[in-house]
Design a protein around this ligand. Structure first.
Ligand code: ZN
Length: 342
């Protein structure tokens, strides 16, 4: 039986991004409510700890950490027009990063096999020296570097299915061949990065894989690209740990994204990534919440991912795929320049 760690805490509701902001405390409130009714013996709750300055500094400039910490003295502060914080935001952001590190440590200790950290604020837009796009600290990037430095893993995969490109994550590892960053995202779209030609720099060339998709893409397009491009690249990379930047704003109900994914596809991605983790990484796989702003879609999608993580559908065969979308040959051609795909 697979055991699945779950990090969620009422304190993740304490960050306030301003009235009417889509990245709101209700996202955690709805998840606490649906998870209260969803109990499986395989799922084990883990209590999050706050991340230390040293851990956050694995990715971020110490001056940026100090700027975030300084906002604890203010009732409201805006890092940019989208990224507002309240007096409890700095502490909540520390607990968000620490929640993912708690999960990663539990997986590395063999206490659980895999898991999901349902935290906020999200992280993948946060850059080395600045908050951006609702994000203060880059939770997934910090976890990848923590796995490299503290747990001494050689290779870590970050797969990002949020509807937005994870600019901060990409930039953190652009020149680093030990962390493979693979992203599906709506394009062109916020934050503007993530073109197919952005493949990494210097020794990291080929270790950034962007799969930009036009608005309106859905289950079929995503699954094709995953099976044809993402899966072989990730298997060639042979990661020792699989991290997932799990945003649910590519769901067809989402008010910000314009994609058409159903909750089933998030379960499907999870099963594909768990199979990859089982083959390459001793099953080690941790997801962290990024975006996802329709509460019903968020709740349903998170339950699908957790249900699949807890193992019931791991052995399910791949569903039949229809005709490939037009984008596929173009993306494959670009990726072939960097990877020896069949
Ligand atoms: Zn997003």
């Amino acid at each position: 039986m697979l055991r699945t760690g779950l990090v969620i805490d009422p304190r993740y509701q304490e960050h306030h991004a301003g009235a009417g902001h889509p990245e709101r405390a209700a996202r955690i409130e709805i998840l606490l409510a649906v998870l209260d009714e969803f109990r499986r013996p395989e799922i084990e709750r883990l209590d999050p700890r706050p991340a230390t300055v040293e851990e956050i500094a694995l990715v971020h400039d110490r001056a940026h950490i100090a700027r975030v910490d300084a906002t604890a003295k203010r009732s409201f502060f805006a890092f940019d027009p989208d990224t507002w914080v309240s007096s409890r935001s700095a502490a909540t952001a520390r607990l968000a990063t620490g929640g993912l590190l708690t999960l990663v440590d539990a997986i590395m200790a063999g206490e659980v096999n895999n898991g999901f950290a349902l935290v906020r604020p999200p992280g993948h837009h946060a850059e080395f020296d600045r908050a951006l796009g609702f994000c203060l600290f880059n939770n997934v990037a910090i976890a990848a570097r923590y796995l490299r430095e503290k747990h001494r893993l050689a290779r870590v995969l970050i797969f990002d299915w949020d509807v937005h490109h994870g600019n901060g994550t990409q930039h953190s590892f652009a020149a680093d061949p030990t962390v493979l960053y693979v992203s599906f995202h709506q394009y062109p779209f916020y934050p503007g990065t993530g073109a197919v030609g952005e493949v990494g720099d210097g020794p990291g060339e080929g270790y950034t894989v962007n799969l930009p998709l036009p608005a309106g893409s859905g289950d079929q397009e995503y699954r094709h690209l995953f099976a044809q491009v993402v899966d072989p690249i990730c298997r060639q990379f042979d990661p020792e740990f699989v991290l997932i930047s799990a945003g649910f704003d590519a769901h067809l109900r989402d008010p910000i994204g314009s994609m058409r994914l159903t909750a089933d596809s998030f379960g499907w991605f999870t099963r594909m990534l768990l199979r990859l983790a089982a083959d390459c990484a001793q099953g080690r796989c941790a997801a962290v919440l990024e975006g996802g702003y329709d509460l019903e879609a968020l709740g349903r999608s998170v339950l699908r991912v957790l249900d699949d993580m807890a193992g019931t559908q791991l052995a399910e065969p791949l569903p039949a795929l229809g005709a490939p979308p037009d984008l596929l040959p173009r993306v494959q051609a670009v990726q072939r320049r960097y990877w020896e795909l069949p």
